[in-house]
Design a protein around this ligand. Structure first.
Ligand code: M6R
Length: 603
């Protein structure tokens, strides 16, 4: 989704912003632009549709060094098609803005401004906010006041950066959309962005403002970043945190794609995760430790929702607590029954997914305690929940989530154990290390999986099947394949095939069948049914199972019998590799698949 970056400093503002925008490319975008203040004290605008490189090329003539304030944007179109005009920033009467999010009452506001004679160049809702700031600035002394007046008039979740030609200053504000500011302990460069990752290596202190806090970045004030309420009084509603991320950790290194690198990171992450929580004596919930919820609402989107389906199995099996697992986009609008003594558990890699945030807010408003299973510390979800369990996956750049899924499920496993107050010394280390070893062993067999991928990638369609704890793995396998290989794939509970989807089976359809220990015979019968209709069978099953191998066109034998409840995570890595190699044979943009965004910050 859209990314925003701003910089104020003595020089090089445009270069700093472009560097930040490069880091945000992974989030998905369709155009990019910058607005900056040059020596001549006027605002300059440069924006291009397509890749960031188009913008960089168009900046060749610009005196980058002598820029002292700059705002930049990568756009993921919501209002108006992808073209240079609709790209951000937008500029009018020497005020420039960039915007993330959606202004829900934009149509009404636009006709109001038009009736007053205002002209609009783009089809975007963002330009409406610019119009409001321009109008307000005619009656206020400062840009900050004008922004405050304009911001009170808009509805919906948004983040903005605003600058004008007369000051080397950026004003930033948000509601329900990500925004951070950053400063240096040595140096006078100050930054703002929709993602702290954009500022790695540039800012060492990160500030997370709350909703409706106005941030003013100005190198002539002390402190350089100041926070205000909408009424102009000073605000303390922000969180300050040291930036611990290391740029090297976020590079591709020897791998061709981030996705492949992230798949390969899993064993090491699992080992250090086990060690980390073991050193802490397990997961502890300060205020919630004593709570035995009557029911848990597990709410998430996409891959995180699949992780929720696996976690449900743990909690219902070990803790005997019913779990209701729901997609956040449904949960938030269906008036769910939320009762006293229930708990909301929200799973999200980014901690910024708009639907998940809204679902969390709904639970809080209904008086439920909320816990996050989240990767990004300091994200909105992290800040809004009563308790947080960090999945410690490190930065995930590939749009297709891989290592975050594994870590989400493991965190859920520890959560379930925490509810049982079960953290025997070293137990998790042994169990998690065994899983890490097995994942290592499958990574060492990548060539075998690549070979299978080369033979099936151009088939008509793919049905992933599994039963019990492998059903969510089937769903996740299909999602991964759809996302990056752009082929039609479905995940089905194996027993459901004959209730409809079996009609699709012919010699051009591939069934990727996961066969676990549970319900072995029944799952094998389902494979027979597909075979009888000439479907192509790729089985992921127990190592050394000759009859199953005989029945399958391709067989991936795994040693998972001693992995217990964590075995689905092992199988899932096979699906990750299969999707990766199929996408590679299809020649798609694996790390930044078309139409997708890493973090879905709008509805
Ligand atoms: O950041 P989140 O975990 O909240 O994101 C949720 C989904 O948008 C995300 O998992 C999406 O489905 C991934 N692209 C899947 O690979």
């Amino acid at each position: 989704m859209c990314g925003i970056v701003g910089h104020v400093g003595l020089k090089n503002s445009v270069s700093n912003v472009v560097e930040g925008l490069k880091r945000l490319e992974y989030r998905g975008y369709d155009s990019a632009g910058v607005c900056f203040k040059s020596k001549k004290s006027e605002l300059k605008l440069c924006k291009k549709s397509g890749k960031l490189q188009n913008l960089i090329d168009s900046l060749e003539e610009v005196d980058l060094e002598n820029s002292h304030a700059c705002i930049g944007h990568t756009r993921w179109a919501t209002h108006g098609e992808v073209n240079d005009t609709n790209a951000h920033p937008h500029l009018a009467e020497n005020i420039g803005i960039v915007h993330n999010g959606i202004i829900e009452n934009a149509t009404k506001l636009k006709s109001e401004l038009k009736s007053e004679g205002m002209k609009f160049l783009s089809e975007t809702d963002s330009e409406v906010f610019l119009g409001l700031v321009v109008r307000a600035f005619k009656t206020t002394k400062t840009l900050q006041e004008a922004v405050s007046i304009a911001f009170k008039q808009i509805e919906g979740n948004s983040a903005f950066l605003i600058m004008d030609k007369d000051r080397e200053e950026i004003v930033a504000i948000k509601r329900g959309a990500p925004l951070v500011c950053g400063s240096q302990s040595h140096g006078s460069d100050i930054f703002t962005s929709s993602d702290p990752y954009a500022l790695v290596g540039m800012a060492d202190t990160i500030y997370f403002p709350e909703d409706e806090v106005i941030c003013v970045l100005d190198i002539k004030t002390d402190p350089l970043i100041q926070f205000f309420e909408l009424d102009g009084s000073y605000s303390k509603r922000f969180l300050m945190q040291e930036q611990e991320m290391n740029l090297e950790l976020s590079e591709k290194g020897e791998f061709e794609h981030y996705m492949l690198k992230e798949i390969h990171e899993q064993p090491a992450l699992i080992r250090s995760f086990a060690q980390y929580y073991s050193n802490l004596g397990g997961i502890s919930f300060h205020s919630l430790t004593g709570i035995e919820p009557k029911l848990i609402h597990v709410v998430a989107c996409g891959t995180a929702w699949h992780a929720g389906l696996v976690i449900k199995n743990f909690v219902e099996k070990f803790n005997k607590i019913p779990c209701n697992v729901e997609q956040a986009s449904e949960f938030r609008y269906r008036n769910p029954l939320l009762l006293e003594g229930e708990l909301g558990l929200f799973i999200s890699q980014s901690g910024e997914t708009a639907d998940t945030l809204a679902a969390q807010e709904l639970c809080t408003k209904s008086g439920l305690k909320t816990i996050s299973v989240v990767n990004v510390e300091g994200s909105t979800l992290y800040r809004n929940c009563d308790e947080n369990m960090l999945i410690r996956a490190g930065i995930e750049i590939g749009v297709a989530s891989t290592k975050a899924f594994t870590q989400q499920v493991l965190t859920g496993y520890l959560y379930s154990s925490a509810l049982l107050k079960k953290f025997e010394d070293g137990y998790y280390i042994k169990e998690f290390n065994l899983l890490a070893d097995r994942i290592d062993s499958i990574l060492n067999r990548s060539e075998e999986i690549e070979e299978i991928a080369s033979e099936i990638y151009n088939k008509k369609g793919f049905i992933f099947t599994g039963r019990g704890s492998y059903f969510p793995i089937a769903l996740e396998g299909a999602l991964k394949l759809k996302e990056i290989a752009y082929v039609h794939a479905e995940g089905y509970a194996a027993g459901e095939l004959k209730h409809g989807p079996i009609a699709l089976i012919d010699e051009e359809m591939v069934n990727i069948a996961i066969v676990g220990k549970e319900l072995y015979d029944k799952t094998v019968s389902n494979i027979q049914e597909v075979k009888a209709r000439r479907g192509i069978i790729v089985t992921i099953g127990p190592e050394g199972d000759a009859s199953l191998e005989e029945m399958s066109d391709y067989y991936i034998g795994l040693n998972y019998t001693d992995l217990g409840d964590l075995a689905p995570l092992y199988v899932n890595v096979v699906n990750q590799l299969l999707s990766y190699y199929m996408a590679k044979f299809k020649g798609t943009d694996i790390d930044k698949p078309r139409n997708l965004a890493k973090s879905v910050t709008v509805e």
